[in-house]
Design a protein around this ligand. Structure first.
Ligand code: PMP
Ligand code: GLU
Length: 396
Protein backbone atom coordinates (compact mmCIF):
# COMPACT_ATOMS: atom_id res chain seq x y z
CA UNK A 1 0.00 0.00 0.00
CA UNK A 2 1.32 3.44 -0.80
CA UNK A 3 1.49 6.03 1.97
CA UNK A 4 -1.35 8.38 2.85
CA UNK A 5 1.11 11.19 2.06
CA UNK A 6 1.35 10.05 -1.56
CA UNK A 7 -2.43 10.02 -1.91
CA UNK A 8 -2.72 13.59 -0.61
CA UNK A 9 -1.52 15.20 -3.83
CA UNK A 10 -2.15 14.96 -7.54
CA UNK A 11 0.58 15.11 -10.19
CA UNK A 12 1.60 18.67 -11.13
CA UNK A 13 -1.16 19.79 -13.53
CA UNK A 14 1.19 22.09 -15.43
CA UNK A 15 3.64 19.28 -16.10
CA UNK A 16 0.75 16.92 -16.83
CA UNK A 17 -0.69 19.26 -19.45
CA UNK A 18 2.77 19.49 -20.99
CA UNK A 19 3.04 15.69 -21.07
CA UNK A 20 -0.39 15.43 -22.71
CA UNK A 21 0.60 17.97 -25.40
CA UNK A 22 3.88 16.10 -26.00
CA UNK A 23 1.99 12.82 -26.36
CA UNK A 24 -0.34 14.33 -28.95
CA UNK A 25 2.66 15.75 -30.81
CA UNK A 26 4.26 12.29 -30.80
CA UNK A 27 1.09 10.97 -32.43
CA UNK A 28 1.67 13.46 -35.23
CA UNK A 29 -0.92 16.04 -34.08
CA UNK A 30 0.20 19.65 -34.47
CA UNK A 31 -0.49 20.87 -30.93
CA UNK A 32 0.17 24.48 -30.02
CA UNK A 33 1.36 24.58 -26.46
CA UNK A 34 0.51 27.51 -24.24
CA UNK A 35 0.72 25.09 -21.34
CA UNK A 36 3.97 24.82 -19.49
CA UNK A 37 5.90 27.79 -18.16
CA UNK A 38 9.23 27.19 -19.82
CA UNK A 39 11.15 29.72 -21.93
CA UNK A 40 11.30 28.60 -25.56
CA UNK A 41 14.74 30.23 -25.89
CA UNK A 42 17.88 28.16 -25.73
CA UNK A 43 20.29 28.57 -22.81
CA UNK A 44 22.76 31.34 -23.83
CA UNK A 45 26.03 30.11 -25.36
CA UNK A 46 28.33 31.62 -22.74
CA UNK A 47 26.52 29.54 -20.08
CA UNK A 48 26.79 26.36 -22.16
CA UNK A 49 30.50 27.06 -22.71
CA UNK A 50 31.04 27.37 -18.97
CA UNK A 51 29.42 23.95 -18.50
CA UNK A 52 31.59 22.41 -21.24
CA UNK A 53 34.70 23.89 -19.64
CA UNK A 54 33.73 22.48 -16.23
CA UNK A 55 33.15 19.09 -17.81
CA UNK A 56 36.53 19.13 -19.56
CA UNK A 57 38.25 20.19 -16.35
CA UNK A 58 36.82 17.15 -14.61
CA UNK A 59 34.44 19.04 -12.33
CA UNK A 60 32.30 15.96 -12.29
CA UNK A 61 32.45 14.91 -8.63
CA UNK A 62 30.27 15.45 -5.59
CA UNK A 63 30.37 19.06 -4.44
CA UNK A 64 29.56 20.47 -0.99
CA UNK A 65 25.88 19.61 -0.35
CA UNK A 66 24.55 23.17 -0.47
CA UNK A 67 26.62 24.25 -3.48
CA UNK A 68 30.21 25.19 -4.34
CA UNK A 69 31.55 28.27 -2.52
CA UNK A 70 32.16 30.06 -5.85
CA UNK A 71 28.45 29.79 -6.73
CA UNK A 72 27.34 30.83 -3.25
CA UNK A 73 29.57 33.90 -3.57
CA UNK A 74 28.06 34.69 -7.00
CA UNK A 75 24.59 34.46 -5.41
CA UNK A 76 25.65 36.70 -2.50
CA UNK A 77 26.90 39.26 -5.06
CA UNK A 78 23.69 38.98 -7.10
CA UNK A 79 21.46 39.52 -4.08
CA UNK A 80 23.41 42.60 -3.08
CA UNK A 81 23.59 44.04 -6.61
CA UNK A 82 20.01 43.36 -7.70
CA UNK A 83 18.06 43.33 -4.45
CA UNK A 84 20.10 45.39 -1.98
CA UNK A 85 20.32 42.34 0.28
CA UNK A 86 23.44 41.44 2.23
CA UNK A 87 23.92 37.76 3.02
CA UNK A 88 26.84 35.65 4.13
CA UNK A 89 27.82 32.41 2.44
CA UNK A 90 26.30 30.34 5.25
CA UNK A 91 22.94 31.99 4.57
CA UNK A 92 22.77 30.51 1.05
CA UNK A 93 21.81 27.05 -0.21
CA UNK A 94 21.75 25.86 -3.81
CA UNK A 95 19.29 23.07 -4.69
CA UNK A 96 18.01 21.13 -7.71
CA UNK A 97 15.69 23.86 -9.01
CA UNK A 98 13.57 26.36 -7.07
CA UNK A 99 10.89 23.68 -6.73
CA UNK A 100 13.37 21.63 -4.70
CA UNK A 101 14.39 24.74 -2.76
CA UNK A 102 10.75 25.30 -1.80
CA UNK A 103 10.37 21.67 -0.85
CA UNK A 104 13.41 21.87 1.42
CA UNK A 105 11.91 24.94 3.08
CA UNK A 106 8.66 23.08 3.78
CA UNK A 107 10.68 20.17 5.20
CA UNK A 108 12.73 22.45 7.40
CA UNK A 109 9.86 24.60 8.71
CA UNK A 110 6.75 22.50 9.05
CA UNK A 111 5.53 20.28 11.85
CA UNK A 112 2.30 18.30 11.42
CA UNK A 113 -0.69 20.64 11.40
CA UNK A 114 1.32 23.82 10.80
CA UNK A 115 -0.55 26.20 8.53
CA UNK A 116 0.92 28.01 5.56
CA UNK A 117 -0.96 30.92 4.04
CA UNK A 118 -1.07 30.83 0.25
CA UNK A 119 -2.66 33.65 -1.75
CA UNK A 120 -4.91 32.26 -4.50
CA UNK A 121 -4.50 32.04 -7.49
CA UNK A 122 -1.27 30.23 -6.62
CA UNK A 123 1.42 28.25 -8.36
CA UNK A 124 0.36 24.60 -8.40
CA UNK A 125 3.15 23.19 -6.26
CA UNK A 126 2.74 25.39 -3.16
CA UNK A 127 -0.26 23.60 -1.62
CA UNK A 128 1.01 20.19 -2.76
CA UNK A 129 4.37 20.71 -1.09
CA UNK A 130 2.75 21.85 2.16
CA UNK A 131 0.51 18.76 2.12
CA UNK A 132 3.46 16.47 1.40
CA UNK A 133 5.11 17.85 4.53
CA UNK A 134 2.10 17.28 6.80
CA UNK A 135 1.20 20.96 6.80
CA UNK A 136 -2.13 22.61 6.06
CA UNK A 137 -2.45 25.04 3.15
CA UNK A 138 -4.70 27.99 4.01
CA UNK A 139 -5.84 30.02 1.04
CA UNK A 140 -6.55 33.73 0.90
CA UNK A 141 -8.54 34.67 -2.17
CA UNK A 142 -7.38 37.62 -4.20
CA UNK A 143 -9.41 39.17 -6.97
CA UNK A 144 -8.96 40.48 -10.46
CA UNK A 145 -10.22 43.91 -9.42
CA UNK A 146 -7.40 44.17 -6.82
CA UNK A 147 -4.83 43.07 -9.43
CA UNK A 148 -4.72 39.73 -7.61
CA UNK A 149 -2.83 41.28 -4.70
CA UNK A 150 -3.27 40.14 -1.16
CA UNK A 151 -5.64 42.24 0.91
CA UNK A 152 -3.94 42.74 4.32
CA UNK A 153 -7.24 42.49 6.26
CA UNK A 154 -8.15 39.24 4.56
CA UNK A 155 -4.67 37.94 5.25
CA UNK A 156 -4.86 38.78 8.94
CA UNK A 157 -8.25 37.06 9.27
CA UNK A 158 -6.68 33.75 8.24
CA UNK A 159 -3.92 33.80 10.84
CA UNK A 160 -4.30 31.32 13.71
CA UNK A 161 -1.93 30.06 16.40
CA UNK A 162 -0.95 27.32 13.92
CA UNK A 163 0.17 29.69 11.17
CA UNK A 164 3.85 29.32 10.42
CA UNK A 165 4.49 31.08 7.14
CA UNK A 166 3.08 33.10 4.24
CA UNK A 167 4.07 32.45 0.64
CA UNK A 168 4.53 35.48 -1.58
CA UNK A 169 5.19 35.10 -5.30
CA UNK A 170 5.99 38.31 -7.15
CA UNK A 171 5.92 38.49 -10.13
CA UNK A 172 3.22 35.89 -9.88
CA UNK A 173 2.62 32.64 -11.65
CA UNK A 174 -0.17 32.45 -12.87
CA UNK A 175 -1.44 36.06 -12.78
CA UNK A 176 1.69 37.99 -13.83
CA UNK A 177 0.95 40.62 -11.20
CA UNK A 178 3.58 42.17 -8.97
CA UNK A 179 3.51 43.55 -5.46
CA UNK A 180 4.41 47.20 -4.99
CA UNK A 181 6.29 48.50 -1.97
CA UNK A 182 3.17 49.51 -0.06
CA UNK A 183 1.58 46.07 -0.36
CA UNK A 184 4.81 44.37 0.67
CA UNK A 185 5.10 46.66 3.70
CA UNK A 186 1.58 45.79 4.80
CA UNK A 187 2.34 42.06 4.53
CA UNK A 188 5.67 42.48 6.33
CA UNK A 189 3.98 44.33 9.21
CA UNK A 190 1.47 41.51 9.64
CA UNK A 191 4.17 38.83 9.46
CA UNK A 192 6.23 40.58 12.11
CA UNK A 193 3.23 41.22 14.35
CA UNK A 194 2.36 37.50 14.34
CA UNK A 195 5.95 36.23 14.19
CA UNK A 196 5.48 34.43 10.84
CA UNK A 197 8.00 33.46 8.22
CA UNK A 198 7.73 34.80 4.69
CA UNK A 199 8.66 32.49 1.85
CA UNK A 200 9.31 34.90 -1.01
CA UNK A 201 9.43 33.16 -4.39
CA UNK A 202 11.16 35.63 -6.71
CA UNK A 203 11.88 33.31 -9.63
CA UNK A 204 10.26 35.67 -12.18
CA UNK A 205 12.13 38.69 -10.87
CA UNK A 206 13.93 39.35 -14.17
CA UNK A 207 10.76 39.10 -16.25
CA UNK A 208 9.17 42.47 -15.55
CA UNK A 209 7.71 44.85 -18.13
CA UNK A 210 7.10 48.56 -18.63
CA UNK A 211 8.44 50.67 -15.81
CA UNK A 212 7.68 48.21 -13.06
CA UNK A 213 10.37 47.19 -10.63
CA UNK A 214 10.87 44.14 -8.49
CA UNK A 215 11.22 44.63 -4.75
CA UNK A 216 12.23 41.80 -2.50
CA UNK A 217 10.20 41.88 0.70
CA UNK A 218 13.40 40.98 2.58
CA UNK A 219 14.89 44.33 1.58
CA UNK A 220 12.28 46.36 3.51
CA UNK A 221 13.95 46.07 6.92
CA UNK A 222 16.41 43.96 8.89
CA UNK A 223 13.48 42.67 10.95
CA UNK A 224 11.57 41.28 8.01
CA UNK A 225 14.80 39.99 6.42
CA UNK A 226 15.36 37.88 9.54
CA UNK A 227 11.94 36.21 8.95
CA UNK A 228 12.19 35.81 5.16
CA UNK A 229 13.54 33.04 3.01
CA UNK A 230 14.17 34.42 -0.47
CA UNK A 231 13.78 31.82 -3.22
CA UNK A 232 15.14 32.27 -6.71
CA UNK A 233 16.62 30.24 -9.56
CA UNK A 234 17.92 30.30 -13.09
CA UNK A 235 15.19 28.37 -14.92
CA UNK A 236 13.23 31.40 -16.06
CA UNK A 237 15.80 34.22 -16.10
CA UNK A 238 18.41 32.33 -18.10
CA UNK A 239 16.32 29.72 -19.92
CA UNK A 240 17.88 26.96 -17.80
CA UNK A 241 14.87 24.83 -16.83
CA UNK A 242 16.64 21.53 -17.51
CA UNK A 243 19.79 22.42 -15.56
CA UNK A 244 17.94 22.35 -12.23
CA UNK A 245 19.50 25.17 -10.25
CA UNK A 246 17.50 27.03 -7.62
CA UNK A 247 18.63 28.71 -4.44
CA UNK A 248 17.52 30.23 -1.18
CA UNK A 249 18.87 32.95 1.08
CA UNK A 250 17.71 33.28 4.64
CA UNK A 251 18.50 32.94 8.34
CA UNK A 252 21.45 30.58 8.80
CA UNK A 253 19.58 28.19 11.13
CA UNK A 254 16.94 27.56 8.42
CA UNK A 255 19.55 27.28 5.67
CA UNK A 256 21.56 24.80 7.72
CA UNK A 257 18.43 22.73 8.44
CA UNK A 258 17.68 22.71 4.69
CA UNK A 259 21.27 21.69 3.96
CA UNK A 260 21.09 18.85 6.46
CA UNK A 261 17.86 17.62 4.82
CA UNK A 262 19.39 17.95 1.36
CA UNK A 263 22.44 15.96 2.53
CA UNK A 264 20.11 13.05 3.24
CA UNK A 265 17.96 13.36 0.14
CA UNK A 266 19.53 14.61 -3.11
CA UNK A 267 23.05 15.69 -2.02
CA UNK A 268 24.42 18.50 -4.17
CA UNK A 269 22.80 19.85 -7.34
CA UNK A 270 24.68 18.77 -10.49
CA UNK A 271 28.30 19.94 -10.35
CA UNK A 272 28.46 21.06 -13.98
CA UNK A 273 25.21 23.01 -13.74
CA UNK A 274 26.61 24.85 -10.73
CA UNK A 275 29.64 26.04 -12.71
CA UNK A 276 27.33 27.12 -15.53
CA UNK A 277 25.17 28.99 -13.00
CA UNK A 278 28.15 31.12 -11.98
CA UNK A 279 28.49 32.26 -15.58
CA UNK A 280 24.74 32.93 -15.75
CA UNK A 281 24.93 35.17 -12.70
CA UNK A 282 28.21 36.92 -13.44
CA UNK A 283 28.53 36.88 -17.23
CA UNK A 284 26.92 39.15 -19.86
CA UNK A 285 23.17 39.56 -19.58
CA UNK A 286 22.33 40.60 -23.15
CA UNK A 287 20.51 37.35 -23.94
CA UNK A 288 18.18 38.07 -21.03
CA UNK A 289 17.44 41.54 -22.35
CA UNK A 290 16.66 40.16 -25.79
CA UNK A 291 14.41 37.48 -24.31
CA UNK A 292 12.57 40.09 -22.28
CA UNK A 293 11.95 42.30 -25.32
CA UNK A 294 10.50 39.36 -27.19
CA UNK A 295 8.30 38.30 -24.25
CA UNK A 296 7.02 41.85 -24.02
CA UNK A 297 6.02 41.88 -27.71
CA UNK A 298 4.17 38.57 -27.29
CA UNK A 299 2.48 39.71 -24.09
CA UNK A 300 0.96 42.74 -25.79
CA UNK A 301 -0.12 40.77 -28.81
CA UNK A 302 -1.73 37.99 -26.78
CA UNK A 303 -3.64 40.27 -24.41
CA UNK A 304 -4.97 42.36 -27.26
CA UNK A 305 -6.05 39.34 -29.29
CA UNK A 306 -7.62 37.49 -26.37
CA UNK A 307 -9.64 40.53 -25.39
CA UNK A 308 -11.20 40.49 -28.85
CA UNK A 309 -12.57 36.98 -28.32
CA UNK A 310 -16.12 36.38 -27.19
CA UNK A 311 -16.24 35.54 -23.47
CA UNK A 312 -12.60 36.42 -22.77
CA UNK A 313 -11.35 39.23 -20.53
CA UNK A 314 -7.77 39.74 -19.46
CA UNK A 315 -5.71 42.47 -17.89
CA UNK A 316 -2.16 43.24 -18.91
CA UNK A 317 0.23 41.17 -16.78
CA UNK A 318 3.18 43.14 -15.40
CA UNK A 319 5.63 40.28 -15.14
CA UNK A 320 6.41 36.58 -15.78
CA UNK A 321 5.25 35.04 -19.10
CA UNK A 322 1.63 34.17 -18.50
CA UNK A 323 -1.71 35.69 -19.37
CA UNK A 324 -4.45 34.80 -16.92
CA UNK A 325 -7.70 35.23 -18.77
CA UNK A 326 -11.17 35.40 -17.26
CA UNK A 327 -13.32 33.04 -19.30
CA UNK A 328 -16.31 32.87 -16.98
CA UNK A 329 -18.34 34.44 -19.81
CA UNK A 330 -18.22 31.12 -21.65
CA UNK A 331 -19.76 29.11 -18.84
CA UNK A 332 -22.93 27.35 -19.95
CA UNK A 333 -22.15 27.63 -23.67
CA UNK A 334 -22.45 24.55 -25.86
CA UNK A 335 -21.12 23.10 -29.07
CA UNK A 336 -23.24 20.19 -30.23
CA UNK A 337 -23.63 17.88 -27.25
CA UNK A 338 -20.68 19.46 -25.47
CA UNK A 339 -21.33 21.91 -22.65
CA UNK A 340 -18.72 24.14 -21.02
CA UNK A 341 -19.34 24.05 -17.28
CA UNK A 342 -15.90 25.03 -16.04
CA UNK A 343 -12.51 26.25 -17.20
CA UNK A 344 -11.32 22.62 -17.18
CA UNK A 345 -14.07 21.82 -19.69
CA UNK A 346 -12.93 24.75 -21.80
CA UNK A 347 -9.26 23.67 -21.66
CA UNK A 348 -10.25 20.15 -22.71
CA UNK A 349 -12.48 21.51 -25.50
CA UNK A 350 -9.66 23.70 -26.82
CA UNK A 351 -7.20 20.82 -26.67
CA UNK A 352 -9.47 18.45 -28.57
CA UNK A 353 -11.16 20.91 -30.92
CA UNK A 354 -8.34 23.38 -31.61
CA UNK A 355 -5.26 21.36 -30.60
CA UNK A 356 -4.24 24.17 -28.27
CA UNK A 357 -2.89 23.25 -24.83
CA UNK A 358 -3.35 25.63 -21.90
CA UNK A 359 -3.89 25.22 -18.17
CA UNK A 360 -7.34 25.63 -16.58
CA UNK A 361 -7.66 28.01 -13.63
CA UNK A 362 -8.72 25.20 -11.27
CA UNK A 363 -5.07 24.08 -11.17
CA UNK A 364 -4.24 27.43 -9.56
CA UNK A 365 -7.30 27.60 -7.33
CA UNK A 366 -9.17 29.93 -9.68
CA UNK A 367 -12.10 28.41 -11.56
CA UNK A 368 -13.35 30.68 -14.34
CA UNK A 369 -9.85 31.47 -15.62
CA UNK A 370 -7.32 29.90 -17.95
CA UNK A 371 -3.57 30.41 -18.02
CA UNK A 372 -1.72 30.80 -21.30
CA UNK A 373 2.06 30.80 -21.33
CA UNK A 374 3.46 33.01 -24.08
CA UNK A 375 6.85 31.33 -23.89
CA UNK A 376 6.34 30.22 -27.46
CA UNK A 377 7.15 31.83 -30.81
CA UNK A 378 5.15 34.73 -32.27
CA UNK A 379 4.25 32.53 -35.22
CA UNK A 380 2.77 29.86 -32.93
CA UNK A 381 0.95 32.55 -30.96
CA UNK A 382 -0.71 33.82 -34.14
CA UNK A 383 -1.76 30.31 -35.13
CA UNK A 384 -2.92 29.46 -31.60
CA UNK A 385 -5.08 32.57 -31.40
CA UNK A 386 -6.58 31.80 -34.80
CA UNK A 387 -7.49 28.29 -33.68
CA UNK A 388 -8.88 29.41 -30.31
CA UNK A 389 -10.97 32.03 -32.13
CA UNK A 390 -12.44 29.43 -34.48
CA UNK A 391 -13.27 27.02 -31.66
CA UNK A 392 -14.84 29.77 -29.55
CA UNK A 393 -17.04 30.83 -32.47
CA UNK A 394 -18.60 27.35 -32.38
CA UNK A 395 -19.73 27.82 -28.78
CA UNK A 396 -23.31 29.02 -28.56
N1 PMP B 1 8.16 28.95 -8.51
C1 PMP B 1 7.32 29.29 -9.49
C2 PMP B 1 6.31 30.34 -9.22
C3 PMP B 1 7.37 28.65 -10.73
O1 PMP B 1 6.52 29.00 -11.70
C4 PMP B 1 8.32 27.65 -10.95
C5 PMP B 1 8.31 27.01 -12.31
N2 PMP B 1 8.60 25.75 -12.45
C6 PMP B 1 9.19 27.32 -9.89
C7 PMP B 1 9.08 27.99 -8.69
C8 PMP B 1 10.21 26.24 -9.97
O2 PMP B 1 11.14 26.39 -10.98
P1 PMP B 1 12.42 25.48 -11.08
O3 PMP B 1 12.22 24.29 -10.20
O4 PMP B 1 12.53 25.11 -12.51
O5 PMP B 1 13.58 26.31 -10.61
N1 GLU C 1 6.43 26.54 -13.26
C1 GLU C 1 6.14 26.13 -14.58
C2 GLU C 1 4.64 26.22 -14.83
O1 GLU C 1 3.93 26.70 -13.99
C3 GLU C 1 6.74 24.80 -14.90
C4 GLU C 1 5.95 23.58 -14.54
C5 GLU C 1 6.05 23.20 -13.11
O2 GLU C 1 7.17 23.12 -12.59
O3 GLU C 1 5.00 23.00 -12.52
O4 GLU C 1 4.19 25.85 -15.87
Amino acid sequence: MISSRATRVKPSPTLQMNAKAQEMKAEGIDVISFGVGEPDFDTPDNIKEAAIKALKEGKTKYTPVGGIPELKDAIVEKLERDNGLKYKREEIIVSCGAKHTLYNIAQALLDPGDEVIIPAPYWVSYPAQVLLNDGVPVFVETSEKDDFRLNPDMLEEKITDKTKAIIINSPSNPTGQIYDKGSLEAIADIALKHNLYIISDEIYEKLIYDNNTHISIASLSEDIKSKTIVVNGLSKSHAMTGWRIGYAAGPSEIISAMTKIQSQSTSNPTSIAQWAAIEALKGPQDALEEMLREFDRRRRFLVEELNRLKGFRCTMPKGAFYVFANVSGLKGTTSGSRRINSSSDLAMYLLEEAHVALVPGEAFGAEGYIRLSYATSMERLHEGIRRIGQAIEKLQ
